[in-house]
Design a protein. Sequence first.
Length: 163
Amino acid sequence: MSDVRWLSADEQRIWRGFMAAVTKFTEHLDRQMQRDSGMPMAYYEILVALSEAPGRALRMSELAVNCHSSRSRLSHAVAKLEKEGLVERRACASDRRGSIAQLTERGFAALDAAAPGHVTAVREHLFDVLTPEQLRSLHEISQAVDGGLRTECARVRAELGDF
């Protein structure tokens, strides 16, 4: 692959530092969520997405996109959340091929109980360790990376379709 633009030593250092920070941060949040709320971070993210949706409900395809999840991973997670009474799933009234996930009152209560610990962990390990200028830069960097992936995200959304 002669046309590969290999990373320079400095780019390699930045890339590895970024990945280490993101991985450690994500693992810390998952451990905190498991310890304090008995659920993985991925389940918390599903509950958050549903809580912010109109009527606390979303099509499964939209929920998968919002949670950056594959169909199978989301279906498995929602099935577990259903079993715990935190989410209900039903057929979509306008399109029987689609399915709707809805946050239950019990699910909202679980989210409400889990949120303070999660926010505290995020604040302590992200916002409190960065200066206001670094936070602005992080926001700009995040927007740039997200913008660079929009085409790929749109392709994934189209592939997901409804389920």
